[in-house]
Design a protein around this ligand. Structure first.
Ligand SMILES: Cc1cc2nc3c(=O)[nH]c(=O)nc-3n(C[C@H](O)[C@H](O)[C@H](O)COP(=O)(O)OP(=O)(O)OC[C@H]3O[C@@H](n4cnc5c(N)ncnc54)[C@H](O)[C@@H]3O)c2cc1C
Length: 503
């Protein structure tokens, strides 16, 4: 009798295919979608794909779903320069998403975007002049490989999965619900409930008026006050031009110029005459809250205007909520959480059913992707930034990091022009690799944190600054945050200057 041998079925996996594109864009937020548009227009011969970890486009506007979620800057400038904005200046997330959806639809960008593709590592090989990306399909867990000549990082600046919540003593004792605005539960019922919102940035200023009407009461608990600009959510000039049936493309451009001119003036005044700006801002708040309200305690920050983002309050809705008695401000420290609410440093107790921690984001440097260059891990804090977009020692890569004092998207358009010009320049030179490097005269330059904390100091940056690339003391080696200067300088940058090393 012969024995039948049973062999294990071969388990070798099918060979993984690697997909190649000239350019890979990381992220389909406002930066990634704008970049995709500019590539199709300015470098139509480049093949590219947008890899997006989430199931849809929008980034910030897809992630944040708390009540009232809206922009805090106007959409004439937060919108792209190439697609007119036709609504009120401050827009809801839904309106921004539908605007972005139109950009995708009108320009045939959908076929370039792959959703649920999370990039986990990026390895540069100088031998092949290629990036190899490891990508995880978030729906199937499948591991994919992509190669690209150029990596265009549009992954934003904070972790989308989870917001930042400080650890307070006694949090576990609280019997109510604690919610971070970045993970808003769809079914959160706050009707008739007592709510505390911790924090007083743009998020708190949005969520409070949106919830006030339905809650029993909503309290903003802040450690220190923030500046706000209350104003009507309208652009009179744009509306007037619309009434004259002027073409929307013209209206968009004119409104942008008007807004940018006003913002330049506001920024200049914030630096040159901060006290006068402070008086103006507080005067506007007083107009809503009346002479007896303690503006000094609740709305007078210790810092100069513009050191943190100044949130726009459309139609003064936050202040109207306070004036109506539905919302109130408490400026105090947190001693600890209790079963019923929060014990303050002053000894006062605030009771609540729901506590919203509007305490900000977790900075994520380059999308939590493991970067290597020729097998050596990249520590971005050891690199120096070229104009806040490229990094010494990291070839063929750019990161779109927008403006704080002007709309983020203004920089998406400018950086895209710059990079597309760089691509066309490289094509003419027949080179495949570009790296930025300090010139001999730059080597003794003092290296400082990404941004001067004296100049701009939001919490997420302060907490994560040590992870960010360094800046030098020359405009080439820093993110100046100055849209008005960059608008003139970037198109004139000499791409054959010695800080660009081509191979
Ligand atoms: C609530 C809120 C309101 C804001 N309002 C304004 C405003 O009014 N004006 C203004 O100028 N700025 C505002 N900002 C700042 C805002 O984040 C930026 O303006 C802008 O939305 C950033 O766009 P982005 O595309 O660069 O990044 P994001 O919007 O953060 O999008 C990045 C995308 O990349 C994806 N991604 C990240 N890592 C990976 C990876 N490893 N693999 C694949 N995909 C990845 C993410 O899933 C996300 O979709 C606001 C921010 C917040 C949080």
């Amino acid at each position: 009798m012969t024995m039948t041998e049973t062999r294990p079925t071969p388990t070798s996996k099918p060979k993984q295919e690697t997909t190649h594109f000239d350019v890979i864009i990381a992220g389909a937020g406002i930066s990634g979608v704008g970049t995709a548009y500019h590539l199709t227009q300015q470098c139509p011969d480049k093949s590219f794909v947008v890899l997006e970890g989430m199931e849809s486009f929008g980034g910030t506007w897809h992630t944040h779903r708390y009540p009232g979620i809206r922009s805090d800057s106007d959409l004439y400038t937060f919108g792209y320069r190439f697609k007119p904005w036709v609504g009120a200046p401050i827009a809801t997330a839904e309106e921004i998403l539908s605007y972005m959806g139109e950009v995708i639809e009108e320009n045939g960008l959908a076929r370039h975007i792959r959703y649920r593709h999370k990039i986990t590592s990026a390895s540069w090989s100088s031998k092949n002049n290629l990036w190899t990306l490891e990508v995880t399909r978030t729906d199937t867990g499948e591991q994919l490989h992509f190669t690209t000549n150029f990596l265009w990082m549009c992954q934003g600046y904070y972790r989308h999965e989870k917001g930042y919540t400080p650890e307070w003593e006694g949090m576990k004792d609280f019997r109510g619900v604690i919610v971070h605005p970045q993970q808003w539960p769809e079914d959160l019922d706050y009707k008739g409930k007592r709510v505390i919102v911790i924090g007083s940035g743009a998020t708190a200023a949005t969520v409070v008026p949106a919830m006030a009407a339905d809650c029993a009461h909503i309290t903003v608990l802040q450690r220190s006050p923030t500046y706000f600009i209350p104003a009507r959510n309208e652009n009179k000039l744009a509306d007037q031009l619309r009434a004259l049936e002027i073409d929307e493309t013209w209206i968009h451009e004119i409104a942008r110029r008007q807004i940018l001119q006003e913002q330049a003036e506001f920024t200049r005044r914030s630096f040159e005459e901060p006290e006068a700006v402070k008086r103006d801002l507080l005067g506007a708040v007083r107009a809503y809250l009346g002479p007896d309200y303690d503006i000094e305690k609740h709305f007078t920050p210790k810092y100069r205007p513009w050191r943190q983002r100044v949130a726009f309050i459309p139609d003064g809705d936050l202040f109207r909520g306070i004036a109506s008695g539905k919302a109130s401000m408490v400026t105090d420290g947190i001693e600890r959480f209790t079963e019923k609410g929060i014990l303050l440093k002053s000894g006062e107790v605030l009771e609540a059913d729901i506590i919203v921690t509007a305490t900000g984001f977790d900075l994520s440097v380059l999308g939590d992707i493991r970067f290597t260059v020729d097998s050596a891990p990249v520590d971005f804090s050891k690199t120096v930034t070229y104009r806040g977009m490229m990094f010494t020692g990291v070839p063929n890569m750019v990161w779109i990091f927008g403006y704080f004092r002007a709309s983020w998207t203004l920089r998406v358009d400018l950086v895209a022009d710059f990079v597309c010009r760089l691509f066309n320049h490289m094509k003419k030179k027949h080179v495949r690799k570009v790296t930025v490097a300090l010139r001999p005269g730059d080597r003794d330059m003092p290296l400082k944190p990404w941004i001067d904390p004296e100049n701009f100091n939001p919490g997420y940056l302060m907490r994560g600054m040590h992870l960010m690339p360094k800046r030098g003391d020359k405009p080439e080696w820093q993110h100046t945050q100055d849209y008005w200067a960059e608008k003139k300088e970037l198109p004139k940058v000499d791409l054959d200057a010695s800080e660009f090393i081509y191979e």
